[in-house]
Design a protein around this ligand. Structure first.
Ligand SMILES: Nc1ncnc2c1ncn2[C@@H]1O[C@H](COP(=O)(O)OP(=O)(O)OP(=O)(O)O)[C@@H](O)[C@H]1O
Ligand code: NI
Length: 387
């Protein structure tokens, strides 16, 4: 009854509700590998991701799925023996940033994209006062010095709701509590006046109350400053709290993408279903926490199959032989995609398997030859067609 999905709508369907608008951050076919003597680990294995102005997008998955490597790839922080492969494309405000040199990345991190890590102490220098570090960031990134720097630093600490800001500027990181330290890091990051903020598990080490306060703060700052946030976590509860859209990551790949409400109301990938089942409090009658059995495999070979299949309660024979591509899960949900042979829903399993095989072949044929610029036009054309 429906027009068959075209074969080229696979890898570059634009994320989100705002096709037509240019994403502030756009990742295409990101591949980051770690080469060791014995193997090549495909920590990030060809992911696509869009972040639009003013929204919060989640990247969620179990430990080892490749979330932090994704963030570090965007920030130019992948270190030896890691490498972002040249066919990857990362665009910030339309400009290709893969291939930037050290100075360009420094400038990007000093003004365009800020990042907060799980451990605030990794961003703070223990031998300088908090005020010193914020003033230094103001000087280096915005040329603000002297009394103006002091006043701006106080404003920044106040904007992250650190009480008694003027006095606390003179204190050292170790004199701050965990939550206050993370606030100080956020203040330091705001000194760079970024447009995009990448948060890698910024609240994971904090207790629940403090965690909620920091999330609230981020959301306030987002409203005030129009920040776009890429939020990384393994915690589906946090995803539900603060994101507009979600990308679910597994073993280097994104396996499901959807608006947050839609994902929680109607998860389609069996991995996402497993993650949602594992949220504490889902099954009040059970005292044991449900988890997905087994572990995330290390992706050390090209994916010619579904990497989740060995743990998947719904796996069937073809899952071991055909690589699932991200496809629209059904006809009604244009921005809900899953990389699973069970979809598109309107197809029989046989049809769907054949569809995924075709998409995989098309991707392999098309990949190397598609320049980032061309890829974007494909996106626009596809977006129009498939809607
Ligand atoms: N320096 C490295 N050398 C070799 N392999 C690495 C290195 N850093 C990361 N990896 C590989 O990349 C995979 C993904 O790591 P990553 O830190 O991105 O996971 P994550 O999703 O952020 O997990 P977590 O929730 O534990 O932070 C790891 O399992 C590992 O195989
Ligand atoms: Ni991580």
């Amino acid at each position: 009854m429906s027009a068959p999905l075209s074969d080229d709508d696979a890898e570059t369907v634009p994320d989100g509700r705002r096709s037509g608008e240019q994403p502030i951050l756009s990742v295409r076919n990101l591949q980051t590998v770690f080469r060791t003597d014995r193997e090549t680990i495909r920590a990030v294995d060809g992911i696509d991701l869009d972040l639009y102005e003013g929204e919060t997008v989640g990247l969620v998955g179990e430990s080892g799925s490749g979330k932090s490597v994704t963030a570090r790839s965007i920030m130019g922080l992948v270190e030896e023996p890691g490498e972002v492969l040249p066919e990857s494309s990362i665009r910030f405000k339309g400009e290709e940033i893969t291939g930037y040199d050290t100075a360009q990345y420094q400038e990007l991190r000093g003004s365009g994209i800020g990042m907060i890590f799980q451990d605030p102490l990794s961003s703070l220098n223990p031998v300088f006062t908090v005020g010193n570090q914020i003033r230094e960031a103001l000087k280096v990134n915005r040329g603000i010095t002297g009394e103006e720097a002091r006043e701006t630093a106080i404003d920044l600490l106040e904007s992250v709701q650190i009480p008694d800001a003027a006095r606390r500027l003179g204190e050292y990181p170790h004199e701050f509590s965990g939550g206050m330290r993370q606030r100080a890091v956020i203040a330091m990051m705001l000194a760079c006046d970024p447009e995009v903020l990448i948060c890698d598990e910024p609240t994971t080490a904090l207790d629940v109350t403090i965690q909620a306060q920091i999330l609230e703060l981020l959301s306030d700052l987002q409203d005030e400053r129009g920040l776009s946030i890429l939020f990384i976590t393994h915690d589906m509860g946090v995803i539900a709290d603060i994101t507009d859209r979600v990308n679910v990551m597994y073993a280097g790949e994104i396996v499901e993408k959807a608006p947050t409400e839609e994902l929680f109301a109607s998860p389609r990938h069996p991995y996402t279903e497993g993650l949602l089942e594992a949220i504490p409090g889902q099954h009040a009658d059970e005292d044991r926490l449900r988890t997905i059995e087994g572990e995330v495999p290390t992706p050390n070979e090209a994916a010619t199959h579904c990497r989740f299949a060995p743990r998947c309660p719904k796996a069937f024979e073809e899952c071991e032989a055909v690589h699932p591509e991200l496809v629209e899960v059904d006809e009604s949900a244009a921005d809900h995609t899953a990389a699973c042979l069970l979809y598109p829903e309107q197809m029989t399993t046989g049809e769907a398997v054949a569809h995924h095989e075709r998409l995989g072949e098309a991707r392999e044929d098309g990949d190397g030859s598609t320049a980032p610029g061309e890829a974007d036009e494909d996106v626009a054309a596809d977006g129009g067609d498939s809607r």
